[in-house]
Design a protein around this ligand. Structure first.
Ligand code: FMN
Length: 236
């Protein structure tokens, strides 16, 4: 007859022997397609993940404005995840990661990459080519020569079509609602960056007209926020 006290070390031994198997059988992350280096008309983004390594509380505690980045490019999965955090679709009725007054969804999101500027289409979670070429140097000039805009491997630009909200809420409430919404979307991106081990800073100081011109934005797309994102130059 083996007593409880003798059983415990045996159990521990069996567990220790199986541990490598458990580690080896963990599902490996789905490989994501490599990011094209030449501009593409349409890029389907990888499925966003809904689990990450950090708790919400850790993510909040770690968020800090990061303005210096390494030259390492972002992967397509990282770009897709950041854009999904900004405005991704999260239910069959088309509702999104960020709340929107009356579900009017006035925000339009762009991403400025070294090879091109893309417009994000939440449904079906894809990038549409907006402008080929590297617009970061011109965007940097339009943003009062803030280095983060020049050196980030990606700059997310959040714009708004005020009319969509104004049609329901009128001229008085609309600016308030739209500006609240851009804050929701931007904070989602800033927190998602932390969750991906990346850094970002919200930039509100820029010449509106020059940003509009540099990015050839449609007349109704008012630029409200620039969010450079990259691997932090000095790990925190
Ligand atoms: C509306 C708004 C506009 C901002 N504009 C800029 C900007 O143009 N350039 C910049 O470097 N930081 C900008 N910031 C970031 C703030 O400087 C930063 O959040 C603040 O110093 C607090 O630091 P933390 O973000 O690390 O907590 C902006 C923040 C907000 C909320």
């Amino acid at each position: 007859m083996i007593g409880h006290t003798a059983l415990f070390p045996m159990f521990a031994l069996v567990l220790a022997a199986c541990a490598p198997l458990v580690v080896m059988s963990r599902p490996t992350p789905t490989p994501t397609p490599p990011r094209p280096t030449e501009p593409q008309t349409v890029i389907r983004l990888p499925e966003p993940r809904t689990r990450g390594p950090l708790s919400l509380e850790e993510t909040l505690a770690r968020r800090r404005s990061v303005r210096a980045y390494t030259p390492e490019p972002l992967t397509l999965a990282e770009i897709g995840q950041l854009l999904w955090a900004a405005q991704g679709i999260t239910d069959p009725e088309g509702r999104r990661t960020a709340p929107s007054a009356g579900a009017r969804y006035p925000l339009e999101v762009y991403v400025v990459l070294p090879e091109a500027v893309y417009h994000y289409r939440p449904h079906p979670h894809e990038l549409r080519l907006h402008l080929p070429g590297d617009r970061r140097p011109a965007l940097y000039e339009a943003a009062l020569a803030q280095e983060a805009v020049l050196t980030a491997p990606a700059v997310i630009v959040i714009t708004a079509v005020y009319r969509r909200t104004a049609e329901r809420y009128g001229a008085q409430r609309t600016p308030r609602y739209v500006h609240m919404e851009v804050g929701h979307a931007a904070q989602n991106v800033l927190l998602q960056a932390v969750g991906l081990g990346l850094g970002s800073v919200p930039i509100g100081a820029f010449y509106d007209d020059r940003v509009r011109e540099v990015l050839a934005l449609p007349a109704e797309h008012e630029p409200l926020y620039l969010l450079p994102v990259g691997h932090p130059a000095a790990p925190r």
